[in-house]
Design a protein around this ligand. Structure first.
Ligand code: HEM
Length: 159
């Protein structure tokens, strides 16, 4: 009797095993990078900013070097062109804040962008005058304006 019990138990296990195993959750997928990075938001303004980024990276490296002034002036022209174009646009964040705060946000952005463009004009004058120490300092100022501008006006949805 005891052994027939064991037989039945064994048989039950054998019969049930495939179903139990099938019910196991699938093994976790290997931890590889996702095939598609989530698509980031791009705007007319972010495209102009992208153009400024390359020029500014160069200026950070070479502003103090008088032998590079010709190229530095070419990079400044890029900042001037896209800085002026950026002034005419509104930050994406304007559409994220409550309607009541929108005008103030856009005005603040424009004010900061004007400050930026004025510093770019000073930078151009410094290179033209061969004042590289002043130019290097102005590049620092532009960097601070960039940081402040992004902190205040760049949406978290744009990276
Ligand atoms: C040298 C100066 C600057 C550089 C190199 C720069 C660079 C950039 C870059 C690379 C992005 C992201 C673009 C993307 O994700 O595709 C960006 C976005 C942005 N930047 Fe700048 N930036 C500068 C100055 C400023 C200043 C002064 C302000 C504000 C007055 C500003 C406001 C913004 C805003 C609002 C965005 C988000 C775009 C949108 O709202 O549509 N940036 N910037």
């Amino acid at each position: 009797m005891k052994s027939s019990h064991r037989l039945i138990t064994t048989l039950a296990l054998v019969v049930a095993a495939p179903f139990v195993l099938a019910a196991e959750p699938a093994p976790a997928a290997p931890a590889t990078a996702p095939a598609h990075k989530e698509k980031k938001i791009e705007t007319d303004l972010s495209h102009r900013m992208d153009k400024m980024a390359g020029a500014f990276r160069k200026l950070r490296r070479q502003a103090a070097d008088a032998t590079k002034n010709e190229d530095s002036l070419a990079q400044v022209s890029i900042l001037r062109e896209y800085g002026e174009a950026s002034l005419k646009l509104e930050p994406y964040k304007a559409g994220e804040v409550p309607a009541a705060d929108r005008a103030r946000l856009v005005a603040g952005y424009q004010e900061k962008m004007k400050e930026f463009n004025a510093a770019v004009a000073q930078l151009e004058a410094a290179f033209k005058a061969g004042q590289n120490e002043a130019a290097a300092k102005l590049v620092q100022d532009l960097s601070a304006l960039q940081k402040a501008g992004h902190k205040e006006y760049k949406s978290k949805a744009i990276d």
